[in-house]
Design a protein. Structure first.
Length: 282
């Protein structure tokens, strides 16, 4: 029986491209299943209808993908199995020519990733945000060339929908990349993957002076390298926050374990979302 991995769809998204890349590196590739919405994709895994999912978590130009962070923080079930750092290439694709474009469709992230390009070349165009880049390509394909509609999408999404490239590589920075997490339910999947990173989520009492400093100290004093810190509202009251700590895995497991236990004692709650390998694209 095949193992099903959810990705944001329809076919042709950046997420699907990233999942296909990951699949090529695995002994047993996943069967990719496209889901129209990111939250739904995570829920399908949480509730057991999909085995796993590859979801975006952070972009180098635009920062955190909040829905992924918030869902991971609230779930009692999900953990991270792998991380993939994926270079994001955005193309402007349409049926019409460059000079007649008057409306541009895309996912909010690529719209932000291409902000300078759009301001310079299409300052008058109406910008329309939709659920994914591939959905944008579908919408543009459904209209005639005279509509003047265009999509920011992957080359594959454009090709699948019969669009041509108006402008290639329009992201504001050529180092544009997105970090993806492969998530799964705790205790499922292969337990012997290489260990490179650890993800910890906790809520700290924001009313106490030095509370965050106290927590960071536990990592610093044991030589645990924190590679990222992110905060999100706890969604209980204004001023209450939860923190995401990405830690570099160290073979000194005792130091790592002790630091996490010490942070747990200083937190309202703490979750360890797993230890996992990081894949990068050469
Ligand atoms: O719309 C897509 O193609 C997606 O896969 C979503 C998404 C995102 O949510 O950030 C994934 C990676 C890129 O940063 C652009 C868009």
């Amino acid at each position: 029986m095949s193992i099903k991995m959810g990705v944001l769809g329809p076919k042709g998204t950046h997420s699907e491209a990233a999942a296909s890349y990951l699949n090529e590196r695995l002994d047993t590739p996943y069967e990719l299943v496209t889901v129209p919405d990111l939250f739904e994709c995570l829920q399908e895994v949480d509730e057991g209808r999909l085995d796993t999912a590859l979801v975006p978590v952070e972009n180098s130009l635009e920062g955190a993908i909040n829905i992924t962070l918030d869902t991971l923080a609230r779930s009692e079930t999900l953990e991270v199995a792998r991380e993939l750092i994926w270079p994001v290439h955005n193309q402007l694709m349409a049926k019409c020519g460059a000079e007649t474009i008057r409306r541009v469709y895309s996912h909010p992230q690529p719209i932000s990733q291409c902000r300078a390009y759009l301001q310079q070349h299409y300052p008058q165009a109406e910008i329309v945000k939709v659920s994914s880049t591939a959905r944008a390509a579908e919408l543009v394909a459904a209209e005639s060339a005279s509509s003047g509609w265009a999509a920011i999408c992957t080359a594959r999404a454009g090709e699948l929908n019969g669009l041509h490239t108006v402008a290639a590589e329009i992201q504001d920075n050529m180092a544009n990349c997105t970090r993806f997490f492969q998530v799964r339910r705790r205790g499922t999947g292969n337990p012997v993957l290489p260990k490179e990173k650890v993800l910890i989520i906790c809520q700290i009492d924001g009313q106490k002076a030095g509370a965050l400093y106290d927590v960071l100290k536990e990592f610093a004093e044991r030589g645990i390298n924190m590679t990222r810190i992110e905060s999100r509202p706890a969604r209980t009251e204004l001023g209450a926050y939860i923190f995401f700590f990405d830690l570099e895995y160290t073979p000194d497991e005792q130091a790592l374990q002790e630091s996490i236990e010490a942070v747990a004692k200083k937190s309202i709650w703490l979750k360890n979302l797993g230890t996992f390998p990081v894949y990068t694209v050469e």
